[in-house]
Design a protein. Structure first.
Length: 468
């Protein structure tokens, strides 16, 4: 650990000590204030990253116990959350897609179908991401590990490279569509982004329930419309100079030929994925939770030797996520349990309580969305703001399910605003195909499109579904 990291941690501890022992507003319970201080400093640490997020989680748990803010039993409760285990199992399932090569095969398959024109090629990349999204909860692994290499390879095959000053030929367009598309596909499924199950745990704390199938159904219409409009918008404001990509299907077929016929492991991976979708969609009719369905899928992959136990043990990203995710679930729940979140909600309601609920909620939504300019992590943003904003929105009279879905989907969509706002963003930006000014300009334009689609069309769709 370098000196800067040590200094950062020291400063955070000093701030924590001051906040702990210099008193707090009388209207906040002492336990609630202590829980807030630990949670707040944890979120700041996640943003500053003096240590890996898993290590910060261990420090946060230890601090909560040593200061008697939470008992050891309370600190460990998050590790028994079914939502936390859903994320862990989904990570291992996603490993099957990458290890077997099935994810890459699916992507190349869509390129052969849709890749004759540049706009069609972009839809092929989006379709691939959409198919993979339900089973790969890490948007970084899905978009960065599967979609990005294919996007970059396609760009280079047409002679479009930053080094050759030819990025505008096709590479810039494909990179922006693939990246922005990943935020949309992440919003469409509960298991498509690690923070989504975290959101569900916060929703449960507020007294509401959202199933895997209901999430997917609510996202279906606005999600597909956003995916349809996205390439058209970028094509209009940031067009490629190459419009015809007749060679792309040939290149994709060559790659598929190189991969050979569907292998045994790929077949079992595909069958398990189909079964998982069926269980996630229809499991509620049989009383089968999404977490149990994920564990069934993981068990089948282990039984049929698609994955072996060494693969599970070596997947450090999954175990790292398991630790920090369980910790954030515990800390966020403690804010509500010990009275801080209800107190904060009352304060905000006092500020906007005189407004009609529609105007007040729109204001809250926009603040929640565009405050992501100050965050480098979707999960940190969700943990810091989602619980309070949800309770405030409901307290103002916003229909609960309208508030839940609008804020939940925004928690994915705002990841496209900046070059640091989500996991895949630094990878795509670092490729050099899009400069910073254009990146932020397109990020803002796409955000406006997404907000209009998901609030207006999505809101109407949720009304049709009887959600509000």
């Amino acid at each position: 650990m370098n000196q800067r990291s040590i200094f950062t941690i020291f400063i955070l501890f000093v701030i924590g000590f001051i906040l702990f022992y210099t008193g707090h507003p009388e209207t906040i319970p002492e336990a609630g204030w202590r829980a807030f201080v630990i949670f707040f400093l944890t979120i700041i640490a996640i943003i500053l990253k003096p240590l890996p997020i898993g290590a910060l989680a261990i420090i946060a748990m230890t601090t909560a116990t040593v200061t008697k803010t939470l008992s050891l039993e309370e600190v460990l409760l998050g590790f028994g959350s079914d939502i936390v285990w859903l994320v862990l199992a989904a990570f291992f399932i996603s490993l099957g897609f990458i290890k077997t090569g099935l994810g890459t095969r699916i992507a190349y398959y869509f390129v052969t179908i849709l890749g004759k024109k540049t706009i069609g090629l972009s839809y092929g990349l989006l379709a691939s991401d959409l198919i993979l999204a339900p089973a790969i909860p890490s948007v970084t692994a899905r978009s960065g590990g599967v979609i990005f290499p294919i996007t970059e390879g396609l760009a280079k095959s047409f002679g479009s490279t930053p080094e050759g000053k030819s990025e505008r030929k096709i590479g810039s367009f494909l990179m922006m569509v693939a990246f922005q598309g990943s935020t949309i596909t992440s919003a469409m499924f509960l298991t498509a982004m690690a923070a989504n199950p975290f959101i569900i745990s916060l929703v449960q704390d507020a007294g509401y329930t959202v199933s895997w199938g209901l999430w997917a159904l609510a996202a279906l219409v606005p999600g597909l419309l956003s995916l349809l409009l996205l390439p058209l918008l970028i094509y209009k404001v940031y067009p490629p100079t190459i419009r015809d990509t007749s060679d792309a299907p040939r290149l994709a077929r060559a790659k598929l030929k190189e991969m050979g016929k569907l292998k045994r492991e790929e077949f079992f991976m595909l069958m398990t994925f189909v079964l998982l979708l069926a269980l996630w969609i229809g499991g509620g009719f049989f009383g089968l939770k999404a977490t149990v369905a994920a564990l069934v899928g993981l068990s089948l992959l282990l039984i049929f030797d698609v994955l072996d136990w060494k693969d599970v043990l070596k997947e450090h990203k999954a175990w790292d996520t398991f630790i920090w995710f369980a910790t954030l679930v515990t800390l966020a729940s403690s804010l509500n349990k010990h009275g801080f979140t209800p107190w904060l909600s009352q304060q905000v309601v006092g500020l906007v309580g005189e407004m009609p609920w529609g105007i007040a909620f729109l204001l809250l939504f926009l603040i929640y969305f565009y405050s992501h300019y100050f965050f480098a992590s979707n999960t940190a943003h969700v943990g810091a703001m989602f619980p309070a904003f949800l309770l405030v929105a409901i307290g103002l009279g916003t229909p609960p399910m309208l508030a839940i879905f609008a804020l939940a989907f925004a928690s994915n969509l705002f990841g496209g605003l900046t070059h640091y706002g989500s996991g895949p963003a630094p990878l795509y930006y670092g490729s050099g195909y899009v400069n910073l000014k254009i990146w932020w300009k397109l990020g803002f334009l796409v955000s406006v499109m997404n907000i209009l689609v998901w609030l207006i069309v999505g809101g109407a769709w949720w009304k049709v579904l009887g959600l509000w």
